[in-house]
Design a protein around this ligand. Structure first.
Ligand code: BG6
Length: 314
């Protein structure tokens, strides 16, 4: 059950919404709202925010929170008949009183287990019974780890299908100075061109206009290099073959009520996802999808196996 200690604090956040603060001894911290099961903050030992959260984010259910790590489930985008990005990001999750053991997070003292089940109301729009367990944890070094376990708990003998994404908003100094490595030469579906398929050209991904692409069959590691801050995010993923890259740029930024006009310059979404081939779960089957993000204070290129060993250049 929920209990407070030096690593985990249950408290109230904006507008009295329940949140959980995770803290690690090295000084890293993270905040998770039960609304949306959403990470809204991840800070390093200098208390610098590593995730982007809009100054205009509306913490008012059922409007999803703009920033952090929204969970897109059971539908990514508007690819099917549900609301955009599914309903998980605008439902109230509970603290899981009986989480199953999670071997990959065994060393984390700063962790919280959340659970989402469908309500009778939801069954009308998505008639499949499920249990979605989300563990958010900080490693002793401060890495932010999210593990999702989704189980088909239906008794009707029917499978269900879903798509999924960890819609991570990274905080960056200046989008025009940012480079993404690990996606070059891959095929992608361009959301700005009716999801037409293209092949990425060039050495690395840089940004000078709106981008909304679903990269397919991506590697398990993607790097986001922020030259100005001399900081690199590394995203590691498992069970999530695709990666969505999104920046709304100026025009779309202005059209969003919960996003500042100039904020597109300071964010980039790189989303570990499973979109192209939906996951099918038979009754009592479980799917697992993991994401780990870490930050290294250096220039980094994907050729290096261990970014922590790269010399600090700043
Ligand atoms: C991205 C999608 O994942 O999320 C974009 O690829 C979408 O098409 C963006 O615009 C933001 O979505 P929303 O629903 O949070 O405004």
């Amino acid at each position: 059950m929920a209990s407070d200690n030096v690593f985990v604090e249950h408290c109230k956040g904006i507008n009295g919404l329940d949140k959980v603060i995770l803290r690690e001894t090295r000084g890293y911290s993270a905040e998770v709202y039960l609304f949306g099961g959403q990470v809204t903050s991840w800070k390093n030992e200098h208390r610098e925010e590593l995730l982007f959260l809009s100054t205009k984010a509306i913490f008012q259910p059922p409007k999803a929170i703009r920033g952090g790590i929204p969970i897109c489930f059971p539908q990514f985008g508007n690819m099917d008949s549900l609301e955009q990005h599914g309903f998980a990001r605008n439902r109230l999750w509970s603290v899981d009183p009986d989480p199953p053991p999670c071997s990959s997070h065994a060393s984390s003292r700063a962790s919280v287990d959340l659970i989402l089940r469908n309500s009778e109301e939801e069954l009308k729009i998505w008639p499949h019974r499920f249990e979605f367990r989300l563990r958010v944890a900080l490693s002793p070094a401060g890495d932010l780890m999210l593990t999702s376990r989704i189980r088909n708990t239906g008794t009707d003998g029917k499978p269900f299908r879903f798509t999924f994404a960890y819609h991570t908003y990274f905080s960056v100094s200046d989008i025009s100075e940012v480079r993404v490595e690990g996606l070059e030469t891959l095929d992608y579906l361009d959301n700005l061109q009716n999801r037409k398929r293209f092949t990425e050209q060039g050495d690395a991904i840089t940004f000078e206009s709106e981008v909304d692409k679903i990269y397919l069959s991506t590697p398990t590691k993607i790097a986001i290099l922020d030259h100005e801050r001399k900081r690199t995010f590394e995203l590691r993923k498992d069970g999530l073959p695709d990666a969505v890259v999104w920046n709304p740029w100026d025009k779309k930024a202005k059209a969003m009520a919960d996003f500042g006009d100039e904020e597109y310059k300071h964010m980039l979404c790189v989303e570990a996802a499973c979109v192209e081939n939906p996951i099918t779960l038979k009754p009592s089957e479980e799917w697992r999808g993991r994401q780990e993000i870490l930050v290294v204070p250096s220039s980094y290129c994907s050729g290096h196996l261990d970014p922590r060993r790269v010399t600090f250049t700043g």
